[in-house]
Design a protein. Structure first.
Length: 99
């Protein structure tokens, strides 16, 4: 039984554009496969200056705490994503589980 791949140059160009966009945003390639076309990308967590945010929270009577909590939730985790083309040539992106 043969398997047909419907991956063309247009889909590969779109795949490489998304890949370069992610890399500009700070992601690094962990795993790469040209045959299947998929890439696993990772972005390390960023350090947050908690003392600065505490002072800003005090100065704004607590309103800055909303921003501070948002930064803690979004920046304090390592992010791993999978960008790939399936057999039909559709591009997809999924979050990977990380430790």
């Amino acid at each position: 039984m043969e398997s047909y791949q419907f991956i063309d140059d247009k889909n590969l160009d779109q795949f490489h554009k998304i890949l370069s966009s992610k890399m500009r945003n700070g992601f690094v390639i962990i795993e790469h496969n040209e045959k299947l076309p998929y890439v696993v990308l990772s972005k390390e967590k960023k350090e947050i200056n908690h003392s600065l945010h505490f002072v800003l929270t005090i100065m704004t009577l607590g309103f800055w705490s909303i921003v501070w909590i948002y930064l803690i939730v979004t920046l304090s985790r390592k992010k791993d994503i999978l960008v790939a083309l399936d057999e039909d040539g559709n591009l997809f992106e999924e979050k990977c589980l990380s430790k």
